[in-house]
Design a protein around this ligand. Sequence first.
Ligand SMILES: O=C(O)C(=O)C[C@]1(C(=O)O)C=C[C@@H](O)C=C1
Length: 161
Amino acid sequence: PPSYHAEFAPLLSAIEQRLDLASSVARHKWAHDIAVQAPVREAEVLEQVRAAASDYGLAPERAKAFFADQIEANKLVQYAMLDRWRALGRAPQEAPRDLSSELRPRLDKLQASLLFELGQMDHQPPMDCPRKLAQALAARTHDPLRHLALVRASGQLCRKQ
Ligand SMILES: O=C(O)C(=O)C[C@]1(C(=O)O)C=C[C@@H](O)C=C1
């Protein structure tokens, strides 16, 4: 049993929780015909994590780079979902959840656990990080989009500098 990559589990779970909101964000953007890219909001998120970084033993630039990857992964999933819905000519029936009153606050709430788990990992970096991470990602999902999103989100995990 591949328990040797268990050390990645808490951080990857936190990453996945944030990615799980991407399709709801895309659903809102489809309903209101809003662009995926929201530069002002991105700058706000990155500034928030820079400011919070030291509470988790992280350098501001490390926290920022990690979150820039989370945002890129989120957009990857959003673009993929919108592409599917355009091809089908419709999105799922579910009522869209509101971006500013519901979804962004939920994304904000996940910041703490992501920074905490990144801090834990950086405090004790796994040996042979890139290979173990790849194995952990492979074991985590068989969904191609989800796998790609996780690869993007963890792109700089093993590169502390
Ligand atoms: O808040 C949004 O509009 C999102 O799409 C979420 C998010 C993020 O991952 O935080 C992703 C893309 C946007 O450019 C800004 C922020």
